[in-house]
Design a protein around this ligand. Structure first.
Ligand SMILES: Nc1ncnc2c1ncn2[C@@H]1O[C@H](COP(=O)(O)OP(=O)(O)OP(=O)(O)O)[C@@H](O)[C@H]1O
Length: 303
């Protein structure tokens, strides 16, 4: 369990994290989302005691990170996978980390196996690809067999096979009852990995919900409609002048309704003798819900 209460971090005139509170529960993968500069990395650094809060607290199992007696056994983290001496081998890097925390060499070999690095364990880290470096960072995070994992962009640079591997790894760790927090800008991956999402925008929590609820609430109902009488049906659907109902043309005889259910559209068509060739609800995605929510919270926007 990770708990933040009234947590704030000020850098000069910049309020990177602004009075946020949340609880990250065990047994789940929680996704940490937000536009660039929203405060995700700062929050993670505060969780790991790498920075001190300006106000408020953040604890892991009720203790602040700096007070944990065996931090590596409680919390494993991947923040910046590049912070490894390039001349070292993967094994010697992990062994030296393990030695400073009283962790055995046997455990080093276990995490090398778990992360698919056994065969390259003797190679210089400087020659590693981005994906191998990410795997090594994840191996280091797993070293202490921690109950809490905090991973900033763990799939960054991984190929599709590696992305799938991270997904299974994190889901497996959560299923064992561990607390897993991960940040990623890859919405499709997040949708398949996370159970719960916390969304930050300009240093504040703008959503904290189970992923299914977040997606369902994230946007209005949309239905694709195809009919040879598109103009007639469109006029009927808009007859109430309800500002929440909109039509988006797709192609000749085909449009998407926004703000009406498929049964409402089908009912209106049937009552007016309009033939329908397609009536299909459009599945909402995490990306749609996320973009709709964060539109007003962007620090940097494209023209
Ligand atoms: N050490 C620092 N000194 C000054 N400002 C900082 C520092 N660290 C972060 N910031 C600022 O705080 C804000 C939050 O940054 P943070 O890195 O936490 O965002 P983020 O959500 O992780 O973004 P990204 O998705 O780009 O990684 C940004 O405006 C950033 O420029």
């Amino acid at each position: 369990m990770i708990e933040a209460r009234g947590l704030s971090k000020q850098y000069g005139s910049k309020r990177a994290v602004d009075n946020i509170s949340f609880s990250i529960a065990p047994g789940k993968v929680t996704g940490f989302l937000g536009p660039n500069g929203a405060g995700k990395s700062t929050s993670m650094r505060l969780m790991l005691g790498l920075d001190r809060p300006t106000e408020g607290t953040v604890t892991v199992h009720g203790e602040s990170y700096r007070d944990l007696p065996a931090p590596m056994g409680e919390v494993g983290a991947l923040l910046d996978a590049k912070g490894v001496h390039p001349g070292r081998s993967a094994r010697s890097h992990l062994r030296s980390l393990a030695a400073t925390h009283g962790i055995s060499d046997k455990r080093v070999d276990e995490v090398l196996g778990q992360t698919g690095l056994s065969e390259v364990a003797g190679k210089r880290v400087g020659g590693f690809s981005l994906g191998m470096g990410q795997r090594l960072g994840i191996a280091a995070a797993l070293l202490g067999d921690p109950r809490v994992l905090i991973l900033d962009e763990p799939v960054n640079g991984l190929d599709p096979d590696g992305v799938l591997w991270v997904r299974h790894l994190l889901r497996g760790l959560a299923a064992e009852g561990r607390t897993v927090l991960l940040s990623s800008h890859l919405m499709s991956e997040m949708a398949q990995t996370a159970d719960h999402v916390i969304v930050l925008g300009k240093g504040k929590v703008v959503a904290d919900a189970p992923i299914a609820e977040f997606v369902a609430n994230g946007r209005s109902e949309r239905v694709t409609v195809r009919t040879p009488e598109a103009a007639k049906l469109a006029a009927l659907l808009l007859a109430d002048n309800n500002p929440k109902v909109q039509l988006e043309p797709l192609s000749e005889g085909c449009f998407v309704t926004v703000g009406l259910t498929a049964s409402t559209v089908g009912g209106i068509a049937a009552r007016n003798g309009i033939e329908l060739h397609e009536l299909s609800p459009v599945t909402a995605s995490l990306e749609d819900a996320y973009l709709a929510l964060t539109r007003d919270h962007l620090e940097y926007t494209s023209a």
